[in-house]
Design a protein around this ligand. Structure first.
Ligand SMILES: [Zn+2]
Length: 118
């Protein structure tokens, strides 16, 4: 996942936060300020977690793709073998699809295929 792909995913998610909040407001015209605050917090928390995990994973994945760090099989701990870039489709909460191109790894021992680091 490069920076552009990461931003693309964040854009889609932030649009969901915005449109979801607008929709919620229409369905809750009598909501108090506290209720609105809680709803905004809940929706932003999802985006916050996603941004943190993406940003954290990005450097580990870049290291693996550059060959400076090994990725291990989550099943058996063997070192994964790179199988080239594959497109990975991720579903957002709102059912929208984000397509990312990432290096795919296969375990030589148990045959498990994953997108490191997970
Ligand atoms: Zn394995």
């Amino acid at each position: 996942m490069n920076g552009d792909e990461m931003m693309k995913g964040w854009h889609v998610m932030s649009e969901e936060v915005i449109s979801g909040m607008a929709e919620w407001r229409q369905q809750h015209p009598q909501a108090t300020f506290r209720e609105i605050e809680a709803e905004v917090d809940t929706r932003l928390a999802v985006l916050r977690v996603r941004m943190m995990s993406d940003a954290a994973l990005q450097s580990r994945q870049a290291d693996w793709e550059a060959g400076s760090r090994a990725a291990l099989c989550p099943n058996c701990g063997a070192e994964l073998v790179k199988k080239g870039k594959k497109k990975r489709k991720l579903q957002t909460r709102g059912g929208q699809e984000v397509e990312l191109e990432r290096e795919y790894g296969v375990c030589p021992r148990c045959g498990q295929g994953i997108f490191p680091p997970g």
